[in-house]
Design a protein around this ligand. Structure first.
Ligand code: GLN
Length: 289
């Protein structure tokens, strides 16, 4: 007998729960919606709609993949972040809610009509850069990534969101080749997990997400050692920066930016009340000599 939407959701939840998947209710709903071509509203407003045999088979496939700890974002090929929907592949870090802290902070002080130039270092899927550009119509952005595959994902996302005209994407090694004093704002979510911690990560992350986007060297701080002085170099005087950090990296990363000459260095907490984003600005009076 064909399953209806609610039965499918219940069964999916039970299977995921039995397999020890964290958050089985939401994962089950997302997989049922995708397999059945249903919206969130359909499950409530049309709960007895039957799945076709093809949809049931698709759902079984999705559940089997999820039980093997493949992230939902990889199964669906997309992930919502801030107010946008992004395509994701195994070549990019799946956008996380923690990272919305960067966007929230930036938009707070970013005037609606400012024609700011924004640089996103390690742009990945484009989550941070495209969220900002989507909300600031006069801004333009450059996203840099060392991964050509990641840039292809960011490029597709920029096009899907109608932001390709204000988004430049460049393959590169952080700021290498970028001119001094070029940007009003620099953002980054660099790799910051210490190498020895990688083995302890959840299988969804450890086995499915790009190591390049996660691993920050022996103490997790390798990227910030490069980025702190370089971000200060490419920022315009009075320009700002916001970089994501690991929950226990506040003191170390703040020190790196202060040593690089940053002003107003401060750390913002995420919704889980963990230190998450180091911010600051460049001396407004700084002149090149
Ligand atoms: N927050 C991510 C995680 O814990 C890591 C992201 C990063 O290294 N930039 O999986």
């Amino acid at each position: 007998m064909a399953l209806n939407l609610v039965q499918a959701w219940t069964r999916a939840r039970r299977e995921l729960e039995a397999a020890g998947i964290a958050g089985p209710v939401i994962d089950a709903r997302l997989l049922v919606e995708a397999a059945a071509g249903a919206t969130r509203v359909d499950i409530v407003s049309d709960p007895y709609r039957a799945l076709t045999p093809e949809q049931e088979a698709t759902l079984e496939d999705y559940l089997a993949r999820r039980i093997r700890r493949e992230p939902v974002s990889h199964i669906l090929g997309r992930k919502g972040f801030w107010k946008i929907m992004l395509q994701v592949t195994p070549d990019v870090l799946t956008p996380r809610p923690d990272t919305e802290t960067v966007v929230e902070y930036v938009l707070r002080d970013f005037p609606e009509t400012a024609a700011w130039s924004v640089l996103d270092l390690g742009v990945g899927s484009g989550a941070i850069l495209l969220s900002i550009l989507a909300e600031r119509p006069a801004a333009k952005g450059l996203g840099v990534d060392v991964s050509e595959e990641a840039l292809a994902v960011a490029r597709e996302n920029a096009a899907n969101l109608g932001l390709a005209g204000r988004t430049a994407l460049l393959r590169g090694d952080w700021t290498y080749g970028l001119g001094d004093e070029s940007f009003d704002l620099v953002v980054s979510n660099p790799p910051y997990i210490a190498s020895h911690v990688i083995a302890e990560l959840e299988p969804e992350v450890r086995d499915h997400e790009p190591r390049l986007a996660l691993e920050g060297g022996p103490d997790g701080l390798d990227a910030y050692r490069v980025l702190a002085p370089e971000i200060l170099r490419v920022l315009k005087p009075d320009g700002r920066f916001a970089v994501e950090i690991g929950y226990d990296q506040k003191d170390a990363v703040e020190a790196l930016f202060r040593d690089a000459g940053a002003f107003n260095v401060a750390t913002i907490r995420d919704l889980g009340d963990r230190d998450r984003v180091v911010t600051g600005s460049k001396n407004p009076l700084e002149k090149k000599t």
